[in-house]
Design a protein around this ligand. Sequence first.
Ligand code: ADP
Ligand code: ZN
Length: 221
Amino acid sequence: MVPGARLVLLGKQGAGKGTQCVRLARHYVIPHISTGEIFRNAVKLGTEFGKRAKEFMDAGELVPDDVVVGVVAERLGRDDVKVRGLLLDGFPRNVHQSEALEGLLPPRGIDLVIDLEVPTEVVLKRLSSRRVCVNCETNYGVDNPPSIDGKCDDCGDRVIQREDDTEAAIQRRLFLYEEQTAPLIAWYMGKDKLVAVDGVGSPDEVTFRLTRAIDLRLRNV
Ligand code: ADP
Ligand code: ZN
């Protein structure tokens, strides 16, 4: 893949998007930009902005578009993105956000959008067992628990259930995904920027499929 590529990874919550984004960002040495992570950091810092975002997040609602777009615009203005490209995780989440994104990255916009496909039944099973490190955000689950119960393998901090992983919030996020995010698949397909990748399998298998798909599509970018 050429340096400076601009990628988006789309997928339901629990599809393994976060884990795969961390791996892809390392593999291609491109900045990983996760709106969920930006919001969670603001919540931790206790800023006014974080307090407002937390109410939406805990309810499984989307943070209002103008707020999200503002945050992303600020992040995309930094030099690393211009030089190294980017991998977006959790943004865009609806057509309005994807239109705004094209405006932020003139002239060619995004190069490739990868839809990480995982059936809803599988995602629900993964989410009920999802645990996350409070410090470095490494994800764990029944298939990949930390080696010491409740303790992160990477940094040693506490591994807990995410505060917004309640049953009601999970259902609401899946509903909003179908209603608002899934239409982006057709939207990017219409621009010939979409590739679908099967997200069911071991994390290594899925990473292999992703890099293969990206390398094939971006040979000529
Ligand atoms: P997921 O659990 O689906 O991986 P994220 O970690 O990406 O979710 O985001 C957590 C929460 O942050 C979302 O439920 C939502 O409230 C908010 N959020 C993140 N990205 C966006 C976005 N692009 N638009 C609106 N809200 C967002
Ligand atoms: Zn950790």
